[in-house]
Design a binder for this molecule. Structure first.
Ligand code: SAH
Length: 429
């Protein structure tokens, strides 16, 4: 989501006449986008922000913009006091405060621009920001902003505000514009993306959005994340199976394998519900790959409760598990009412145990790919090799002299590890 938000700001800045630079001390404007989903992310954001302070002291005309969940949607008076060297604070997904600030700056005529109004700059037709190498092949598209679910550990609803879906036509215009600039794959984003449309007129669903996007010539793949188990209904699962451009990959977090923890997380399902969902997904979508998220060390998580997460992960053998160590977040129910009583060492031990288990599972699953020919969408050149992904979101590297950026290439897999694969392109027969 932050990658998509940053891209939108970069696009608006380019419309204003700015150019990208990779050197912070040469920049006229620096926007730092931030995540605070865990304490470690917040610490990192704070560190980066503090490191920008000397630049501002040397060059007072430098504009520093702090964006994202560190700012949040609430009143940010406190942030002004804490970071007085920041010129503009912007909520997540909102480029407007920065654009307005730049438009209002005295001497803005030094920036060459034909489009002066905010409206023109914030056009739905996203202009892809320049890249240092090649064009962008795969783009992230926010389709639902914010979140109105109240998982007790999660800060996102407090920082990104209530759930807001974007209308289908607006998304279609944006994707058409991206495709005309060379994009071949889009990933539709939402905190609970399978709730797409429920808050807007006509209550379209994700499958209606698939159907509209499917028509776009030149768009080759559609992905979406993240799904909540309660909203992954049969209609959506069938849609994934039936639309050829929609890839067979589902991101659907379980968070814990223990029912009492799930209840205290306020997730709204049991481990058995999740099991049944995984079975339904696997029965309906042949060859599907599935990713999950698990938090270890939630307040009060006993050894046997942790063991249930371990056992479930082992039983379900999913392709990917994003693992996190619990950290209390401001305003959340778990931070206010539950004690963060699992030690850092113990959280690390549980994390490592799951990590090791998942490495074995992924290794075993991916080993089955060796010898197969997979369709790979080539996203970029990485050192001397092309890098792309299979429909099931597996990372593949291969060598070729040809310019294959943005192409769908058949690749025969020769080696597979838990996190990536290596293969050779299959020549047209
Ligand atoms: N709404 C999306 C993204 C949530 S944030 C989703 O449901 O997937 C991504 C992941 O961070 C979550 O799935 C969860 O596993 C983890 N996470 C969220 N809050 C956390 C916290 N307080 N401590 C540790 N991990 C957390």
């Amino acid at each position: 989501m932050n990658v998509a938000d940053s891209q939108r700001v970069a696009s608006a800045l380019e419309r204003l006449g700015y150019q990208p630079t990779s050197k912070a001390d040469q920049a006229d404007v620096i926007m730092l986008n931030t995540c605070v989903v865990r304490q470690s992310a917040e610490d990192k954001a704070h560190g980066r922000l503090t490191s920008l302070r000397p630049l501002k002291e040397n060059r007072p005309d430098l504009v520093i913009n702090l964006m994202g969940c560190m700012v949040g949607v609430m009143d940010n008076q406190q942030m002004h006091e804490r970071y007085p060297f920041v010129d503009v604070f912007s909520p997540p997904s909102d480029p407007v405060p920065l654009i307005d600030h730049l438009l209002n700056l005295e001497g803005k005529e030094t920036v060459e621009t034909e489009t002066q109004s905010r409206h023109e700059i914030m056009d739905d037709e996203l202009l892809l920001p320049q890249r240092e190498q090649g064009r962008l092949v795969s783009a992230y598209i926010p389709v639902v902003y914010g979140c109105s679910h109240a998982c007790t550990y999660c800060v996102i609803p407090f920082r990104r505000g209530v759930e807001r879906s974007r209308p289908i036509n607006e998304i279609v215009v944006e994707v058409e514009s991206l495709v005309s600039q060379g994009v071949r794959e889009v990933t539709l984003l939402g905190q609970i993306v399978d709730r797409y449309g429920m808050d807007i007129e006509g209550s379209p669903g994700l499958s209606d959005l698939f159907s509209a996007l499917h028509e776009i010539d030149g768009l080759k793949r559609i992905r979406f994340l993240t799904s909540h188990p309660n909203w992954m209904n049969d209609e959506l699962i069938k849609a994934v199976a039936s639309f050829p451009k929609v890839c067979e990959h589902i991101e659907v977090p379980i968070q814990s394998g223990d029912d009492e923890i799930l209840e205290r997380m306020h997730r709204g399902y049991t481990s058995d519900d999740y099991r049944r969902l995984i079975n339904r997904i696997r029965e309906t979508i042949p060859g599907v790959s599935i990713a999950t998220d698990i938090i270890v060390g939630f307040p009060g998580e006993t050894e046997s409760q942790f063991q249930r997460s371990y056992d479930l992960l082992e039983e379900l053998a999913l392709d990917v598990a994003h693992l996190a160590r619990y950290s209390p977040r401001p305003q959340t129910v778990s931070a206010r009412r539950m004690q963060d009583d699992i030690s850092a060492e113990e959280k690390m031990r549980r994390f490592r145990a799951l990590e090791e288990l998942q490495a074995k599972i992924a290794d075993r699953i991916n080993a089955h790919f060796v010898g197969n020919t997979e369709e790979v969408l080539v996203e970029e050149k990485h050192d001397a090799r092309w890098k792309g992904r299979t429909r099931t979101n597996k990372l593949v590297f291969f060598e070729s002299e040809a310019d294959l950026l943005g192409e769908l290439v058949k690749v025969k897999i020769e080696w597979a590890g838990p996190w990536s694969m290596i293969g050779a392109p299959v020549l047209n027969d």
